[in-house]
Ligand binder design. Structure first.
Ligand code: 48F
Length: 266
């Protein structure tokens, strides 16, 4: 029986890893913005994988505001809540409140149901870059346990048409891409102090492409563009994830249209 279990895990697990080693969209971070983007992209038929360094989903949702078990969002996100079947209470005309556990469970369940693959305990370390023109074409990653061990173990690769940094406050993926690859032309600024209503609007407006093949969503947007943070309100994260999905859908469709056009012209 032991060997059977071993075979089942190894054969099926390695098959999955191989299958997802080339994807349309790779999202680093299973927080609210990454999971929202994953659902909307997967249901459009894109091959989507989410790498999450922890062994659980939800990013900052579970911690909410100072661990108080209620999430606040603006009323504008009602259509997204409805898409995910997330229940809410109208606190007043502007703000709705939600249960954090339900938000985590439904964001991840709907992303999975839509066809996204989520790999837990996987830490994205670095990007793969090609020049002429400079473009991000994938990542290097390894198991979080390896990162934590401090052992010198080289990561392995996943190729992506669109790589999304949804890693939260430090925007780790854009930061490493900017630091190591000046040819990408990324000016990494760092997050500013809190100004909620401005930050919620700007985070959504600045969501999108940072360099060819590299995108940013969620609170990571603030670090990339030097925007203020917003504290414990989560509507902007959901709206950012949805907007990112629309932008990537448009870009990948345009890219595949351009490829077909080139083939025809030959
Ligand atoms: O931090 P996180 O929840 O990002 P988000 O989607 O949402 C931000 C809010 O939670 C909150 C806020 C509300 O207004 O400001 O902070 O922008 O989720 C980021 C996820 O990415 C994972 C991390 O464990 C978390 O679950 N992560 C971070 N770095 C990496 C990573 C990495 N290098 N590789 C893989 N996962």
């Amino acid at each position: 029986m032991e060997i059977l279990i071993n075979r089942a895990i190894l054969e099926e697990g390695l098959k999955d890893l191989l299958d997802y080693s080339e994807v349309d969209v790779l999202i680093a971070g299973a927080g609210p913005s990454g999971l929202t983007a994953a659902k909307y992209l997967a249901e459009k038929g894109f091959k989507v994988v989410v790498y999450e360094r922890r062994l659980s989903f939800g990013g900052g949702i579970g911690g909410g505001g100072n661990l108080i078990p209620k999430i606040a969002v603006q009323k504008e996100v009602q259509p997204i809540l409805d898409d995910f079947g997330i229940r809410y209470k109208k606190y007043n005309e502007e703000v709705f409140t939600l249960d954090p556990a339900e938000l985590i469970a439904k964001l991840s369940a709907k992303a999975l149901d839509a066809g996204a693959k989520i790999i837990l305990g996987a830490n994205v370390d670095d990007v793969i870059v090609r020049d002429d023109p400079p473009r991000v074409v994938g990542v290097l990653w390894h198991w979080t346990a390896i990162s934590l061990s401090g052992l010198h173990v080289d990561p392995i690769y996943t190729a992506s048409k669109a790589l999304v940094d949804a890693t939260g406050h430090d925007a780790e993926i854009v930061a490493v891409a900017a630091r190591k690859n000046p040819e990408l032309g990324i000016d990494f600024v760092g997050e500013k102090s809190n100004w909620t209503e401005v930050a919620e609007r700007l985070v959504v407006e600045h969501t999108g492409k940072v360099a060819e093949g590299l995108y940013v969503a969620g609170i990571a947007v603030c670090a990339v563009y030097g925007l203020p943070r917003m504290g414990p309100i989560f509507g902007g994260m959901l709206m950012s994830g949805k907007r990112l999905a629309e932008i990537i859908e448009r870009d990948l469709k345009n890219a595949s249209g351009a490829k077909k056009g080139k083939k025809k012209a030959r």
